[in-house]
Design a protein around this ligand. Structure first.
Ligand code: NDP
Ligand code: ZN
Ligand code: ZN
Length: 362
């Protein structure tokens, strides 16, 4: 079977700029589809990984990107879920063991499977140990089970970030069963945070936003938040909100005071953590904070399984819930330069809210 030729944008070392890059993907197997990528979002996780901030073994050249949408241009002979011409999305995972005896795959939580293959910089044991390459590229081959169906009436410029920013915030909101009228908070109002606020407002929850940029206050209020707190103004920001929230979602990608958030939870409240800062900036919490703020729960959440990702996508498109995006496009050299610049812009906090790369002319 013939390998697929791909073009994309890669980082060649942890400090390097993006440059156009040509590579090969594995052939389209009987259960696979080939997607011509239209748009790919830039997630803060791409930056953590491309800059080797998570202390994991990173592989260069690295083509990041796990917020992908495109059109199906080839299908394997056993494929039933897609036909040529359909639209498909790809998120953070491209495979897992799918063994009916696997506890996590069986319960639609493939992201936890010990054999999960992530969309880029991940060793793919199902394809001879090749290292996966992500969505800042013109095409991708994926098993049909891991591709998400995207309706033809979706807003294509905006739909890609749902595949990570959408599912990562939707999933803990479902897990904690947030209901209409609940007092809730979102910490970090960026790519993930502004999706979380939209889902929570849609449910009818009473939402407070905690962020470090005063410039985001107006957007947060327009989105339906009840209150915006600029936490950079005082380390005691939490004192006005003690024992208040049933649910808090942290998307913060930097070091912060976790106990401040714990203390804002009410009795029985839940603190869901999705933001994963660089290893050298990881926040921690002391045992006495737990004991002296009793009966509050803290849990982490990682993207969401394929079934829930499909549910989130359908729900988002139906309810017109999309990210606010800034499109990157141009010649390959211009795009490579703009991605490099976008990384700095995101880290400096100057983007509202998600960069999306237009891949249609690559
Ligand atoms: P963004 O950079 O788009 O958003 C982060 C936001 O947090 C920004 O608005 C930033 O403000 C704000 N912020 C920074 N420091 C603080 C602070 N101390 N208190 C409150 N707000 C703060 O990143 P993303 O939304 O793309 O990603 C967020 C994090 O989530 C990353 O660490 C990423 O790796 C992780 N992630 C985790 C996933 C999972 O499955 N668990 C999936 C996807 C992402 P400013 O920009 O002004 O600095
Ligand atoms: Zn992501
Ligand atoms: Zn499994």
């Amino acid at each position: 079977m013939e390998k697929i030729k791909s073009k994309g944008y890669a980082m060649f070392s942890k400090d390097g700029p993006f440059r156009p890059y040509e590579f090969e993907r594995h052939a389209v197997g009987d259960n696979d589809i080939l997607i011509k990528i239209m748009y790919a979002g830039i997630c803060h996780s791409d930056i953590h990984q491309a800059r080797s901030e998570w202390n994991e073994k990173e592989h260069y050249p690295m083509v990041p990107g796990h917020e992908i949408v495109g059109q199906v241009i080839q299908v394997g002979k056993n494929v039933t879920k897609f036909k040529v011409g359909d639209y498909a999305g790809v998120g953070c995972m491209v495979n897992s063991c799918k063994d009916p005896n696997c506890e996590t795959c069986r319960h639609n939580r493939e992201q936890e499977c010990v054999d999960a293959v992530f969309t880029y910089a991940s060793k793919d044991k199902f394809h001879g140990g090749e290292i996966t390459q992500g969505g800042y590229s013109n095409n991708i081959v994926i098993s049909e089970e891991f591709a998400i169906k995207v309706p033809a009436d979706a807003d294509f410029e905006k739909v890609a970030p749902l595949l990570c920013a959408g599912i990562t915030t939707y999933s803990p909101i479902q897990f904690s069963k947030v209901r209409k009228g609940d007092k809730v908070a979102v910490a970090g109002f960026g790519g993930l945070g502004h999706m979380a606020v939209q889902y929570l407002v849609r449910i009818g929850a009473d939402v407070t936003v905690f962020d470090v940029s005063e410039e985001k206050r107006e957007v947060a209020m327009k989105m339906g938040a009840k209150e915006f707190v600029d936490v950079s103004k005082s380390p005691n920001f939490y004192k006005d909100h003690l024992n208040e929230f049933y649910f808090i979602l942290s998307t913060i990608p930097a070091k912060y005071d976790m106990s401040a958030y714990l203390r804002m939870l009410k009795f029985g409240g839940e603190f869901a953590i999705v933001g994963l800062p660089a290893t050298k900036n990881l926040p921690s919490i002391s045992l006495n904070s737990f004991v002296f703020t009793p009966n509050r729960k803290i849990y982490g959440s990682m993207i969401g399984g394929i079934k829930e990702t499909q549910e989130m996508l359908d729900y988002s498109v139906e309810n017109n819930i999309y990210p606010k995006v800034k499109i990157i496009k141009g010649t390959p050299d211009e795009v490579a330069k703009q991605i490099t610049e976008a990384y700095n812009t995101i880290v400096n906090g100057e983007v509202q809210f998600r960069f999306v790369i237009d891949m249609r002319n690559l």
